[in-house]
Design a protein around this ligand. Sequence first.
Ligand code: AMP
Length: 280
Amino acid sequence: MKVIRTIHEVRAEIADAKMRGLSVGLVPTMGYLHEGHLSLIKEARVRHDVVVMSLFVNPLQFGPNEDFEHYPRNGKRDERLAREAGVDIIFNPSVEEMYPTEPAMKIRVEKGVDVLCGKSRPGHFDGVATVVMKLFQIVQPDEAFFGEKDAQQAVVLMNMVSTFNVPVKIVTCPTVREEDGLAKSSRNVNLSKTERHEAPMLYKALLHGEKLIRQGETDPLVVIDNIKQFVQDGSGTIDYVEILQYPSLERMETVTGKVILVISYHYERARLIDNIIITV
Ligand code: AMP
């Protein structure tokens, strides 16, 4: 496994692989790897000759009062886990390598960002789309792998490749969970002991919402209200609870078809998100 920190070196490696007719899979991450990331690497490993994992905490996608400074980082541990999972190349650029100057332009996402994290984190998906577009230009993968855990991100990136005719296929992989149901996240280390103990209620609340729908409830507002009630005694605060059509992320009057139930919840030092996608 090679650890590469510059754009020109990673380009040279990829050019060499392509000349030899090898396919390339890219797994973009912000590091502090857990089994969610490893599941994406595993899928990329099955489907491609060369697996590139980018490791970059992208300042562009963090708002001014968000956790860029406190985002967990551990490069050495990430290198070991990536090597064990079968990564061929880690692309781990510095902020200066990716943004030597203030970027002269950014992607502005127009659709699907008036809800969920797009609404509660203004500009976040512009930052995500901009860095992923850069990574696609640098690595030129055949496919790129993303988690359903960040479903809105996957939708935005699918819209990006179709809007700009980027020749990269977006592959999504299911959410990996702890045994108690909590979605794995790098941010979970920033939970206190009590918060960590409580946090599986988020997934339970979504399952509770699904149960109501399966029992025949079709009013999204009733389901949302029930999900909110389920977590109301928690020690954090609800950021949002939504039910939307998937993948259009549009609101609906009656719950029907493919829908996504989403929750975002603030603890003291970590904002957690989770979702389930179901067909009614
Ligand atoms: P991050 O490092 O948090 O930016 O995540 C990198 C990639 O891993 C994104 O595509 C995420 O959606 C995905 N991911 C994060 N957590 C999970 C999880 N629990 N299960 C599956 N994929 C995940």
